[in-house]
Ligand binder design. Sequence first.
Ligand SMILES: NC(=O)c1ccc[n+]([C@@H]2O[C@H](COP(=O)([O-])OP(=O)(O)OC[C@H]3O[C@@H](n4cnc5c(N)ncnc54)[C@H](O)[C@@H]3O)[C@@H](O)[C@H]2O)c1
Length: 316
Amino acid sequence: MKLLVTGGAGYIGSHVVRAAEAAGHSCVVVDNLSTGLVARISSPIVELELASADAPELLAKLMKQHRFDSVIHLAARKQVGESVQKPEEYFLENLGGLANLLLAMREAQLMSLVFSSSAATYGMPDVDKVSEDYPGVPINPYGQTKLIGEMMVRNAAVWGLKGVNLRYFNVAGAGSADLADTAALNLIPIAINAVKSGKAPVVFGTDYPTPDGSCIRDYVHVEDLALAHLAAVDYLAEDAQEFSTFNVGTGIGASVIEVLDALKIASGIDFEVAIGERRPGDPPRLVADVSRIEKTLGFRTKHDLAAIVQSAWDAS
Ligand SMILES: NC(=O)c1ccc[n+]([C@@H]2O[C@H](COP(=O)([O-])OP(=O)(O)OC[C@H]3O[C@@H](n4cnc5c(N)ncnc54)[C@H](O)[C@@H]3O)[C@@H](O)[C@H]2O)c1
């Protein structure tokens, strides 16, 4: 298939492009290179700001020229804290960019879209495993842009779009050093940076109602996540309903302390750990119910926590 990948020069997007090419698809990337790196990909890249006024026309032209089978839309800003400080920028870029993309797809009659959504759409769920039907309420502008983005994809069914929203849980690891996550925004890269600079990684809160008191998350290897996109594209090409939403995780929770223990093994360094205060807005537990994606797409992750942490350490 021929795929248009927005944000394909980013951390996750470059893994998607690499997996797609390995599976025999060809990709064209659209990216504004705000956080993306050209060196991560060898596919043709069109440098474009998706939220710009001329984006719909330029994108429609590109779509008509290449006759893509599907679009994988990853381009977005993703820093939760920044989204709280600059909500308008997140709405303008994440949702303006998506609106422009949908306008272009409608114009070019390109009817298949995979959208990067997030477990941030769930807010603070108080369940063991969160299913796609959980009535979550996002607690920050970043999560709000993802939930509204999903609604925009659903609304486009009116002109025939088939869409899949993939709600990623905690993405980590790397397929190779050149594709590594260079923005240390999440636990694993932050902890790796701390260890490499001789500092103690911080556990924010050890008094949560979890077995060891630290927060539990569902870590998914970025290479597994990349393959979920290809499963979604295949599904859209075959028997998809108009609109579907799938969690992408392992269904297995790991606590912050367990992640740091895995990092001690991966790095071979018995580093100190610092204990800090809870951070506002951290749910104690956020683990995916993955039964829908397993049943509908036949998709299952292959990497466990040890493999995720080892690949992140090796790529750092
Ligand atoms: N990393 C995670 O843990 C995580 C979790 C859930 C969802 N997501 C979503 O996955 C997607 C990719 O995330 P990532 O971790 O690879 O981030 P990233 O910052 O590495 O990649 C984003 C890419 O999109 C490009 N981009 C951003 N805004 C753009 C715009 N307006 N126009 C054109 N290009 C633009 C950037 O240059 C970059 O190449 C995002 O939509 C993010 O919200 C990420």
